[in-house]
Design a protein around this ligand. Structure first.
Ligand code: SF4
Length: 236
């Protein structure tokens, strides 16, 4: 799949939402959208690829995993309408990178400052588990988006995102060392690129599995976001 010809993030997003390259994910995202969860029966699910959210010149990028079936696959906006998003947007607001702490639906007035949120897989996968082939196929979109954005810092939520992102960064022109840096919460790696160094940060995923158990606290998320915002030049 060639997706490198786009000259703007807006153009890339417009093409992304039409993508049907992964048959299993197309079937799943559309089936979930048809069948719906009882609590959301009065809504129309998005049921398509979810594009990145945030300014198209953001110096800081957050990379998650994939849209949640009844979260972003329903609302059409990254981390919007689910518990993971509640934690992430509250933290972004706390450190001055979002204008409000909540994300309920795509028209709720939420705006991000200097941050764009994207994912290695743009369609909701069954059980939140994309296959390696789906990850690699969708990695083409991520590579094209990162080339256009050329960020100064990236925060990766979780090991899946980290492992997906490193080959994408290498493909996009950043120097990724061998052996590859190991994921961990708070890990900070500097990757030389064509024009500048990319600061890569690891953060545990904001999933309920981590936040309900106390493995990841709001303060831990805010700490990583603050460090990344500082090196990205985002004054708060
Ligand atoms: Fe296209 Fe990515 Fe969705 Fe696969 S996961 S269908 S590559 S947008």
């Amino acid at each position: 799949m060639t997706v490198d010809g786009y000259t703007s993030v807006a153009e890339l997003d417009a093409a992304l939402v039409e993508c049907r390259a992964c048959p299993r994910l197309v079937e799943w995202r559309e089936r979930v959208a048809r069948e719906m969860r009882a609590a959301f029966r009065d809504q129309t699910y998005w049921g398509r690829p979810v594009p990145g959210f945030g300014p198209t010149d953001a110096p800081l990028v957050i990379v998650g995993l994939a849209p949640a079936a009844h979260g972003a696959n329903r609302t059409g906006r990254m981390f919007t309408g689910d518990r993971s998003g509640d934690v992430l947007y509250a933290a972004l607001h706390a450190v001055g990178l979002a204008n409000q702490p909540t994300a309920v639906h795509a028209g709720d007035g939420l705006e991000l400052r200097g941050v764009r949120i994207t994912a290695p897989v743009h369609c909701a996968p069954p059980e939140n588990k994309p296959t390696p082939a789906e990850r690699d196929t969708c990695g083409n979109w991520l590579r094209a988006e990162l080339r256009l954005l050329s960020p100064r810092a990236v925060v990766v939520l979780g090991a899946f995102g980290w492992q997906s992102l490193l080959p994408v960064l290498a493909d996009a022109g950043w120097a990724v060392p061998r052996p590859r840096p190991v994921f961990g919460h708070g890990v900070h790696v500097e990757l030389p690129g064509h024009n500048s160094v990319l600061h890569l940060f690891g953060c545990y995923h904001v999933s309920q599995q981590n936040t309900f158990t106390g493995r990841l606290t709001p303060a831990m998320v805010e700490d990583v976001l603050t460090r990344a915002a500082d090196v990205a030049g985002l004054t708060r």
